[in-house]
Design a protein around this ligand. Structure first.
Ligand code: PLP
Ligand code: COI
Length: 362
């Protein structure tokens, strides 16, 4: 398939340097957007066409547009980092592109070629390069590629028209005041995904479904909800937007992929980074009872969550029906921080990129 070339129609009124710098001084997460976006259309019989870089702005949709009713939508999340020499690089965009294709297959949507996904991200980052925060801290430019069904009509069927869009948002450090452990509510009755469902697809419906469980976690005084498997309510799966890792001394374990867990790119990268640092890293099933017992007997020394937005987040306390426990002394553990620094150093261009993960844009 040929890659549509992206036509450049840049904004005639981008924000001034002063306005942009004011935003970059405290960007938060997902609150501010850069001057441009990239759009590419797909139509049945014609395929991908009409790639454009245009000023960031509202999409105009007919009220009967398919996605508004039946949620045929998928998205991705990846980051661009400023390197010590001032250039910028994205982290494993090809891996996001392949996961986007897998999500598209699950939602009966057309697959965007990997090279078009990467080109769209590249063109946006290159045009809005001034929005990539300075090297040195943990700030980055978060890219949000997504695709929606744009056919107008209320028939329940795969749409005949789609729109792929990439937007970008500067992201501040996840922990502006230093890394702090999160508390976890392991829900015994709300599930995120079922066997044969959409748990391994990155689609908006999974996040809509997580909001009530997240509110219940908050009512329990916890920061994040942890999902168990839907059949036995026993096997640990993941958090609403992060995968989990368990540290057993120099052996680190992440729940095995079962089809209902999102195949996180941070999770996958950490399997390798951990091996590089001399840990044994494995994918295994972990039960909620094992989590509690191994914490009590001292073999499970640290637990952390990981994802693009949060990088690595230590888990402090865990609460579930009838039980509550604290990991270690409740502070970020040494393996968690070592892995976090090692991954961030690769992403920020401070450490050797021996796996060829960084896609440098100049
Ligand atoms: N699990 C869920 C449900 C997510 O939304 C995310 C975030 O993207 C992750 C895990 C972590 O995936 P990644 O490391 O690719 O960001
Ligand atoms: C990410 O980490 O990129 C996510 O997508 C998590 C959340 C913001 C949905």
């Amino acid at each position: 398939m040929t890659t549509p070339t992206i036509e450049l129609k840049p904004s005639s009124s981008p924000l001034s340097d002063q306005e942009r710098d004011a935003i970059l001084a405290g960007p938060g997460f997902g609150r501010h957007f850069t001057d441009h976006m990239v759009t590419v259309k797909w139509t049945e019989g014609r395929g991908w066409h009409d790639g454009q870089l245009v000023p960031y702005g509202p999409l105009s949709l007919d009220p009967a547009t398919n996605v508004l009713h039946y949620a045929q939508e998928i998205f991705e999340g990846l980051k661009a980092y400023r390197r010590p020499d001032g250039s910028v690089a994205t982290f494993r965009p090809d891996a996001n592109a392949r996961r986007f294709q897998a999500s598209a297959r699950r939602l009966a949507m057309p697959e965007l070629p990997v090279e078009t996904f990467v080109e769209a991200c590249d063109v946006l980052v290159q045009h809005d390069k001034a929005w990539v925060p300075a090297h040195g801290g943990e700030e980055s430019l978060y890219l949000r590629p997504f695709m929606i069904a744009t056919e107008v009509g209320l028939g329940v069927k795969p749409a005949s028209e789609y729109l792929f869009v990439v937007i970008a948002s500067p992201a501040g450090a996840y922990f502006p005041g230093g890394v702090k452990p999160v508390s976890i509510w392991a829900s015994q009755d709300r599930v995120r995904a079922v066997p044969g469902g959409m748990g391994d697809a990155k689609t908006g419906g999974n996040y809509a479904a997580s909001l009530l469980a997240q509110a219940e976690a908050a009512a329990q005084g916890c920061d994040q909800v942890c999902y168990l498997d839907a059949v036995e309510h026993k096997w640990v799966e993941e958090l609403g937007g992060m995968n989990l890792y368990f540290v057993y001394g120099d052996r680190i374990v992440t729940p095995a992929l079962t089809g209902s867990i999102l195949e996180g790119i941070t999770r996958d990268s950490l399997l390798e980074v951990a091996r590089d640092l001399g840990y044994e890293s494995v994918e295994e099933r972990v039960s909620i009872d094992q989590w509690r017992e191994d914490t009590a007997n001292g073999t499970l020394t640290e637990v952390f969550a990981c994802g693009t937005a949060a990088v690595i987040t230590p888990v402090g306390t865990v609460k579930t029906d009838g039980a509550e426990w604290t990991q270690g002394n409740g502070e970020p553990g040494p393996a968690t921080m070592r892995l976090r620094d090692a991954l961030l150093d690769i992403q920020r261009g401070k450490a050797e990129d021996k796996h060829g993960w960084m896609h440098v844009l100049g």
